[in-house]
Design a protein around this ligand. Sequence first.
Ligand code: GDP
Ligand code: MG
Length: 168
Amino acid sequence: PLPRVALVGRPNVGKSTLLNRLCGSRVAIVEPTAGVTRDRIAVAARLSVKEGERWVEVIDTGGLGIVDRDDLGPHVEAQVDVAFKGADLVLFVVDVRDGVTPPDQMVANLLRGSKMPVLLVVNKAEGGGFDWEVETFHKLGVGGDPIVISAQNGEGLQDLRQQIIDQL
Ligand code: GDP
Ligand code: MG
């Protein structure tokens, strides 16, 4: 079986966009409204880097659980639960423009202390210039150095692919 990489994070941070970017085709539904990915989607992706390539299965957990904007707890718990049961690596996705939000903290609390390897992916950073904002994500205390990307235009994706491969 392929190594499994699970995308975890509160609604609207760009998990489905990142899945599409990693897989090179439009397989996940991306909507401007929070919480519209309805299905758990798992797709094989070929990660090409300088020194070769690696196939992985990318799982978008964003469709799990009930998305209640006032109480995202059950939703993020369902994501992390599936990630813990079936994944080899978690990509914890956050939104640089929103900074650290309470649901991000909730996800971090669930991930922290587990043995699951986690990469912290800071999305929506196209154009750069977000150094200060990126620093604030260290306080989540999980995932090591933030990997700064734009799922929308592909910035930082080579670095992310490489770091995924290095973790597996
Ligand atoms: P999900 O709920 O985490 O799966 O998020 P989506 O992938 O559905 O994206 C939510 C919204 O954020 C959509 O309007 C996307 O177009 C937008 N989005 C996703 N990635 C980026 C990005 O890198 N930059 C910007 N500016 N917007 C993004
Ligand atoms: Mg989604």
